[in-house]
Design a protein around this ligand. Sequence first.
Ligand code: HEC
Length: 108
Amino acid sequence: MKILKFLLIVIVISLVTSLKSFADEAMMKKGLEIFNETAGCAACHVLKAAGSQGNIGPNLDTVSMTIESVKEMVTYGLGVMPAFGEDGILTKEEIDIVSHYVVKASQN
Ligand code: HEC
């Protein structure tokens, strides 16, 4: 019985882990799509992982940022950087996704 219990725990843990990495992968894919297409961040920013070369805004591989700081920047904009949230260009969910994407994909 002990071994069965152990096996059951192992199965549950690996199931949860693989579901989580599946969700992470889906998020990174969606984030890339928003970065390059929906929002066009790529037009203004370098991000090696996205293959983007824009040089109007800072290189996102060299600035230090957190998910929260990216969310704030994408929501409210600054100067030339559009306010994707306030202007209704992206939904809150899309901003969450692209912010996670940028921080995870960045070389930092
Ligand atoms: C029209 C060009 C343009 C687009 C499109 C654009 N940005 Fe920016 N972005 C800028 C500029 C310019 C700045 C610098 C703002 C400043 O400091 O005055 C900036 C700043 C930033 C920063 C802060 C960098 C730092 O120095 O800490 C982040 C993060 C960022 N952008 C992410 C994004 C993301 C994600 C998108 C897409 C949702 C995006 N940007 C779309 C031009 C753009």
